[in-house]
Design a binder for this molecule. Structure first.
Ligand code: LCS
Length: 398
């Protein structure tokens, strides 16, 4: 029952980690807002530290509210064990830094969230880790980049911000052949639309700040993978780098997940309509949305995802200046970074989320300087389209 074995995702999202609290019968998982836990004896305290006894010690090392969230997300992703973190970046850095050491090599996709790019190209290189950025949608490029000291292949699918897909099966084949780990960011799709572990990916990471939390009121991250590796992460980088999530924030994410499936369906319904509207608009140069037949990887999207999500990117005729006018002219949609919340957000990757990359790196990643990213929210879709329509008229004259 606990792991949600035999339940469908919708049932797991509403039940796993939400079991009634045994002491009082509270139907909602309590927020255990405590930093530490009283030991009944010295022997028991020592046994918890040595791992001979289960039981909580100190919230950085584990907490019942976090454990409930971890059980829930692990069940949704069909994984063995999840660990919650203070942010998506904390999850990503803790996972990768638990696997690699100085002298090792990472193959990463060129198109990743800006802070992942700077973590890999800045911090990890400074600690003696070699990183090559390639286009993971080109399988031969990944194969060519693998070296004897490669430990990790890292990618997002679909990628932030251009919605490029990576063929999970192909990455797993290469990784297995060379004894490398695959780490994949599933933030954009969530387990509702895509379950990488079922395709053989080793570790899934999430910015829970986005669709898992779903309401734009929390920063958090989570990683899911095989028990042995997750235990190693818990005992090293999670514990010693200390990026632990607060119990209240874990509770907000757990609450958000209860409606994940309902929200994702509406995000997708709205995004498809907005993408079709944009594709048919005279002032639009190009729309990036995996659900459109014009997306170059639409067939791969249908193969490895069960839906197309709520994220769109768009280039306007008139480039950056037109994009700026669009973003400055929206009234209902909000000009803000982040994504996956109830309201529609627009942002400019080149000067905001991906400003950590050099213009050359952005160009190599296919991120046009004028690109506008849209996180389609849960408003009535006609209201979203009406707002974009009036802003597009100012931006492009159409
Ligand atoms: N992975 C992806 C795909 C992301 O989009 C982000 C944040 C992260 C990881 C990092 O998660 P965080 O630490 O922020 O929880 N993406 C952001 C974005 O596109 N706009 O603002 C933040």
């Amino acid at each position: 029952m606990d792991k949600g074995d035999g339940m469908r995702l919708e049932t797991k999202a509403t039940h796993v980690g939400h079991e009634p609290e045994p002491l009082t019968g509270s139907i909602v998982t309590p927020i255990y807002q405590t930093s530490t836990f009283v030991f009944p004896s010295v022997d028991e305290g020592a046994a918890r530290f040595s791992g001979e006894s289960d039981g909580f010690i100190y919230t950085r090392l584990g907490n019942p509210t976090l454990a409930a969230l971890e059980r829930c997300v692990s069940a949704l992703e069909n994984g063995e064990k999840a660990i919650a973190f203070a942010s998506g970046m904390s999850a990503i850095s803790s996972v990768v830094m638990a696997i690699v050491s100085a002298g090792d090599h990472i193959v990463a996709d060129r198109c990743v969230y800006g802070c992942v790019y700077s973590l890999f190209s800045g911090i990890l290189r400074r600690f003696g880790v070699d990183v090559d950025f390639v286009d993971c949608s080109q399988v031969a490029e990944v194969e060519r980049a693998v070296k004897p000291n490669t430990k990790v292949v890292y990618f997002e699918s679909p990628s932030n911000p251009v919605l490029k897909l990576v063929d999970m099966e192909a990455m797993v084949r290469i990784a297995e052949r060379h004894g490398i780990m695959t780490v994949m960011d599933n933030t954009f799709m969530t387990p509702f639309f895509q379950r990488p572990l079922e395709w053989g990916i080793d570790v899934v990471v999430h910015s829970a700040t986005k669709y898992l939390g779903g309401h734009g009121d929390v920063i958090g991250g989570i990683a899911v993978g095989p028990r042995e590796l997750m235990d190693q992460i818990a005992e090293t980088t999670q514990k010693d780098l200390g990026g632990s999530l607060s119990p209240f924030d874990a509770w907000l994410i757990l609450r958000g997940i209860k409606t994940l499936h309902v929200r994702m369906e509406r995000h997708e319904y709205n995004a498809m309509k907005v993408a079709e509207f944009l594709e048919g608009h005279k002032g639009v140069e190009r729309v990036y949305y995996p659900g459109l037949k014009s997306h170059p990887q639409h067939e791969l999207a249908k193969k490895q995802m069960t839906g197309f999500g709520g994220m769109i990117a768009v280039e306007l005729k008139g480039g950056f200046e037109a994009g700026r006018t669009l973003m400055d002219s929206v009234k209902l949609c909000q000009l803000a970074v982040s994504l996956g919340k109830t309201t529609t957000l627009v942002e400019h990757p080149a000067s905001m989320t991906h400003s950590t990359m050099t213009p050359e790196a952005r160009q190599a990643a296919g991120i046009a300087e004028g690109l506008v990213r849209i996180s389609v929210g849960l408003e009535h879709v006609d209201d979203i389209i009406a707002d974009l329509s009036q802003a597009l008229k100012k931006a492009t004259g159409y």
